[in-house]
Ligand binder design. Sequence first.
Ligand SMILES: *Cc1c(COP(=O)(O)O)cnc(C)c1O
Length: 360
Amino acid sequence: MGRVYNFSAGPAVLPEEVLKEAAEEMLDYKGTGMSVMEMSHRSKAYEEIIKTAEQDLRDLMNIPDNYKVLFLQGGASQQFAMIPMNLMKNGVADYIITGQWAKKAYQEAQMYGKANAIASSADATFSYIPDCSDLPISEDADYVYICENNTIYGTKFKTLPNTKGKTLVADVSSCFLSEPVDVTKYGVIYGGVQKNIGPAGVVIVIIREDLITEDTLPGTPTMLKYKIHADNASLYNTPPAYGIYICGKVFKWLKKMGGLAEMKKKNEEKAKILYDFLDESKMFKGTVRPEDRSLMNVPFVTGNEELDAKFVKEAKAAGFENLKGHRSVGGMRASIYNAMPKEGVEKLVEFMKEFEKNNA
Ligand SMILES: *Cc1c(COP(=O)(O)O)cnc(C)c1O
């Protein structure tokens, strides 16, 4: 069997070129006589890999010098604790609840201080992004927290919230490197890489230097202090070395593709093919308010659970994998990350048209 079109929300599709290159280097990385998996993270060869990865990410996102780039472990979920432990100097933070990931981060933060839910779209199953232009931001909030792209519900902040001068912290796991961002608008940008960048096991944290201090909550484990990782250039202990190596290859691939402005164009084109079809179809419907639609995760339903299940099953048999919606919402979801080729989306829409005709 050949490769399928993989619409998984994560771990997700990676560029074929990157996988082939990694395969070629598997047994002997550039004449070292060993795989990157077998290599000391203190070796010259590995130092070159991690330094180059960081520089390429800095180039792609235009990251200013007063921000650190950290390659950490524990997934995005570990950041739910690490952020309050390191940033809650006043013991207060404001959370905007736009889905399950934001809610989990909010619940975790409650263990460390006063976390306030200052806005939510729970009233309509998180199908929209609330108006965040004039929220009741707490006077003494250490930061305002958002999940910028909601992987499960398929919404995306098109405008960042007005934080009234407070530090913005954003989980960008599922929109990382999908379009250009102005890093200076954030205190912390972080994401697990298994959605849009690389293999599971790496989380990237981009953090403004003044937020990295010794002054963490009492009892914060050494491994959960940003400072220890920043002071040691992500090599305090053994990093997820092979994962970072693959991320580095994806950064090179993105540069070759023309960078993030070009990716945004491509991603808009791909998403439009699918959304245009959803808007005209009599059977399939998108579930998100149009102005808040994500370019990366596209949930849709037929309105009939049996028909949904039939669609997912027949799509799988035709080589379109992982279209089942998240277990909490049902229906379908097509994740169309950077590495999903346009043909994948075109062929999916053709398949949906056929399905609609045959099941009308
Ligand atoms: C997948 C996901 C997470 C959880 O990531 P883990 O690496 O599994 O902890 C958190 N936030 C968002 C937006 C996600 O898509």
